[in-house]
Design a protein around this ligand. Structure first.
Ligand SMILES: Nc1ncnc2c1ncn2[C@@H]1O[C@H](COP(=O)(O)OP(=O)(O)O)[C@@H](O)[C@H]1O
Ligand SMILES: Cc1cn([C@H]2C[C@H](O)[C@@H](COP(=O)(O)OP(=O)(O)O)O2)c(=O)[nH]c1=O
Length: 208
């Protein structure tokens, strides 16, 4: 059986990493190997770039440099981790991918979608997921979850104001609507196991 490439997207604190862990367990229960990974990061080189992106002051990078760093990290991640895993038949479960660049550096940061996709075409040969789940939660619930998780303080990318988060949510919704064959929108306010069940129900056609 060929591997699948699944990504989870959405704002911070919507439950992406929680769901990826649950999906990996569910796949393991069906005898399917999965590779759990995340962006920025997921390979040695990309994790080194992650440190450049996540640490330091808000204005450490201008938006173009930042977009290039995310694209460079992704290129390494795709070449070293994602493509080899898919080629050996594993499922890759990835917390964020190019759609996060489209939402954050594109929608939020002002780089055009065409430019983000051009960087992706060069760096990662345009690889796209087989399925992308957009997890959505109300702003209050997301704030509650983040406060609980990040009691020790947010990182550089996580310290953005509420109106920025609202623009991001709108941008993600727009991307999902414009490419319905790849995206599924999952309301993730529900308890974690109900969210996992909704995702697995959608993946059923590939699990049968
Ligand atoms: N469905 C859920 N209901 C309540 N809390 C949740 C749910 N999913 C995740 N959480 C909690 O919310 C916080 C953020 O979840 P996390 O999976 O780290 O989100 P993300 O990876 O999207 O930033 C964590 O403390 C996690 O335990
Ligand atoms: C992959 C990617 C992430 N980001 C941002 C989104 C997050 O704020 C941050 C990743 O932080 P992280 O703590 O890993 O994610 P989360 O907060 O979702 O659990 O980097 C971009 O701006 N562009 C990208 O291409």
């Amino acid at each position: 059986m060929s591997g699948r490439f699944i990504t989870l997207e959405g704002g911070e604190g919507v439950g992406k990493s929680t769901q990826i862990r649950a999906l990996a367990a569910a796949l393991a229960g069906r005898g399917i190997e999965s590779v759990v990974t995340r962006e920025p990061g997921g390979s040695v080189g990309a994790e080194a770039i992650r440190a450049l992106l996540m640490e330091g002051s808000d204005d450490r990078w201008d938006v173009r440099s930042e977009a290039l760093l995310f694209a460079a990290a992704r290129a390494d991640h795709v070449a070293r981790t994602i493509r080899p895993a898919i080629e050996r038949g594993a499922w890759v479960l990835c917390d964020r991918f190019v759609d996060s660049s489209r939402a954050y550096q594109g929608g939020g940061g002002g780089i055009t979608d065409a430019d983000i996709m051009a960087l992706h075409g060069f760096g990662s040969l345009g690889l796209l997921p087989d399925r992308t789940f957009l997890l959505t939660v109300g702003a209050d619930e997301a704030a509650r979850r983040l406060a609980a998780r990040d009691a020790g303080g947010a990182d550089r990318m996580g310290s953005k104001p509420a109106d920025y988060q609202a623009r991001l949510a709108a941008r993600f919704a727009e991307m999902a609507a414009s490419e319905p064959a790849r995206w599924r929108v999952i309301e993730a306010d529900a308890p974690a196991d109900a969210v996992t069940a909704a995702i697995l129900a959608d993946l059923q056609e590939w699990l049968a």
